[in-house]
Design a binder for this molecule. Structure first.
Ligand SMILES: NC(=O)C1=CN([C@@H]2O[C@H](COP(=O)(O)OP(=O)(O)OC[C@H]3O[C@@H](n4cnc5c(N)ncnc54)[C@H](OP(=O)(O)O)[C@@H]3O)[C@@H](O)[C@H]2O)C=CC1
Ligand SMILES: Nc1nc(O)c(N)c(N[C@@H]2O[C@H](COP(=O)(O)O)[C@@H](O)[C@H]2O)n1
Length: 268
């Protein structure tokens, strides 16, 4: 039996304005991006670095899988892939409004730290319960690992999108890729909508790039995790030498799902 329930028509109507929209996609050379995560009342997403922490209740877990059903890919950073060993699949019953090809898991792992073959996502794919993950690397790793270039599920990203072992820029920093380039590479591979679920490094980075994020969906759980947790806190921003807010949502809507609140919006 599935742990994921169908959403009510009211829940679906609440989320609809924030779902991927074909008109918005066709105007950009990147996928529609939904940034989503669950946090506590003290703004934390896990109890401590590298610890998988359940914050969503059953209703918001179903809501997350509904969102997954409406995207073509889901991305997490390698920190999350190692800490959580996530399934990254979709267990929501798909409808005709969902993309037909199913959800592609993507892990951002510039320096090849993740054991893709030993992961739960790969095991689920081999059981037919999800698609095989793609792993995004910096092109610079090709020089140290030329043999991996032949593996279809590895995407090499340079300063202007997708590269292969024979062409493209190899100067991208080994530890840092531009989000515009990552998204362009995924678009070049046919991905038209992507849900980015974390972790903290990825979320903090993207909250400062409103031009690359179309919707934000935050689950707020009625609990405080306490000191020492992993917080969503983008880097501080200044304008003319004066501190200003780092990021802010506009066009917001709230709804209660079980014991949790869900806040949707778009970055200003
Ligand atoms: N409650 C929730 O909704 C969620 C909670 N979590 C929690 O978050 C924590 C993990 O967060 P965190 O450790 O920050 O890990 P992340 O998942 O954010 O992964 C961070 C790593 O991803 C790579 N990376 C990130 N941005 C870029 C970029 N622009 N270019 C290239 N590589 C990049 C880097 O890898 P490298 O170091 O190799 O360069 C970086 O160290 C875990 O405890 C997890 O449980 C995670 C997701 C959701
Ligand atoms: N929405 C949400 N609520 C929580 O309480 C969470 N801990 C997370 N974490 C994210 O979901 C991934 C795990 O999900 P599956 O194993 O694929 O079901 C995890 O990797 C985080 O990205 N999210």
């Amino acid at each position: 039996m599935s742990d994921i329930d169908q959403l009510s028509t009211e829940d679906e109507a609440f989320l609809r304005p924030y779902l991927p929209d074909d008109d918005a996609i066709s105007k950009k050379e990147r996928p529609f991006v939904t940034l989503t995560y669950a946090c506590s009342l003290d703004g934390m997403i896990s109890l401590s670095p590298g610890v998988r922490t359940t914050l969503s209740g059953p209703e918001t877990k179903s809501m997350t899988h509904y969102l997954r059903a409406h995207h073509e890919a889901i991305l997490v950073g390698v920190g999350t892939a190692i800490a959580d060993d996530p399934s990254l699949n979709c267990r929501y019953s798909r409808s005709s409004s969902c993309p037909p090809q199913g959800l592609r898991p993507v892990v951002l792992d510039p320096t090849m730290r993740w054991d893709v073959a030993g992961s739960k996502a790969t095991a689920l794919a081999s059981e037919g319960k999800g698609k095989a993950p793609w792993v995004v690397h910096a092109t610079s790793v090709l020089d140290q690992n030329p043999e991996v270039a032949e593996q279809a599920k590895r995407l090499f990203v340079g300063t202007d999108g997708l590269c292969d072992e024979h062409s493209g820029d190899r100067t991208a920093s080994i530890s840092r890729l531009e989000w515009r380039s990552i998204l362009k590479a995924l678009y070049q591979k046919g991905i038209r909508s992507i849900m980015i679920e974390g972790g903290a490094t990825v979320i903090n980075d993207l909250l400062l790039q409103p031009e690359l994020v179309d919707s934000v969906v935050v689950t707020i759980a009625p609990t405080w995790l306490g000191e020492g947790g992993v917080t969503v806190t983008p880097a501080q921003q200044t304008r003319d030498g004066v501190r200003v807010n780092a990021a802010r949502l506009k066009e917001t809507s709230w709804r209660q799902f079980g014991q949790d609140a869900v806040l949707c919006g778009r970055l200003e």
